[in-house]
Design a protein around this ligand. Structure first.
Ligand SMILES: Cc1cc2nc3c(=O)[nH]c(=O)nc-3n(C[C@H](O)[C@H](O)[C@H](O)COP(=O)(O)O)c2cc1C
Length: 164
């Protein structure tokens, strides 16, 4: 692995599930390249491989949900991070429970700290990934749980607050 990639792996990022829905059903994948990019309007970005099974669904429906995972969900993150060829029904395999979305057709994940319902505004090719910018049109009830973090290619928990 290059020195630059080793350095980039030191950027702490959240662990989320990105979900999309069409006539073929509900699909989720684990995504760590996720961040807010604008406050007004509320825009976020996710960066997803063009080879992912979720890309054609998002390109077709222009909507998706980002579910922020709490710590102690390593198995969920790993199962939903597998290629769909090996795990056809990730929701069932990861023992996730779903509920209806508020604004979109994409189901929400009950276990999440919060679910962001997103409508695509722009989609770009960025190197070997697709950067998708989207408007957050709804966020459900926020759970006071600690998030899981992807750091140095490992799933880690936040230990304690640094504030005094
Ligand atoms: C912790 C973790 C973080 C991941 N982050 C991303 C990401 O940011 N973008 C991405 O395209 N794939 C990411 N992946 C890989 C995808 O989850 C994986 O390629 C996808 O689930 C494959 O499913 P598919 O065959 O349905 O496309 C990540 C996997 C794990 C385990």
């Amino acid at each position: 692995m290059s020195q630059i990639q080793k350095a980039l792996d030191k950027i702490p990022v959240p662990v989320t599930l990105v979900g999309a829905y069409n006539e073929e059903g509900h699909n989720v994948i684990t995504v760590s390249w996720f961040t807010q990019v604008s406050q007004e309007p509320s825009l976020i970005m996710v960066s997803i491989s063009p080879s992912s099974s979720i890309i054609p669904v998002i390109s077709e429906t222009k909507e998706f949900v980002v579910s922020l995972l709490p710590q102690d969900n390593e198995q969920v993150a790993r199962i939903c991070g597998h290629t769909r060829e090996n795990v056809t029904d990730k929701i069932k395999e990861a023992k996730l429970t779903v509920k209806d979305g508020n604004k979109l057709n994409v189901p929400l994940i009950e276990q999440a700290i919060v679910n962001f319902e997103c409508k695509v505004t722009n989609q770009y090719t960025a190197g070997d990934h697709n950067v998708i910018i989207a408007n957050v049109v709804s966020a459900d009830k926020i759970k006071e749980e600690k998030p899981m973090v992807f750091y140095d290619r490992d799933l880690v928990a936040i230990d304690n607050s640094q504030s005094t």
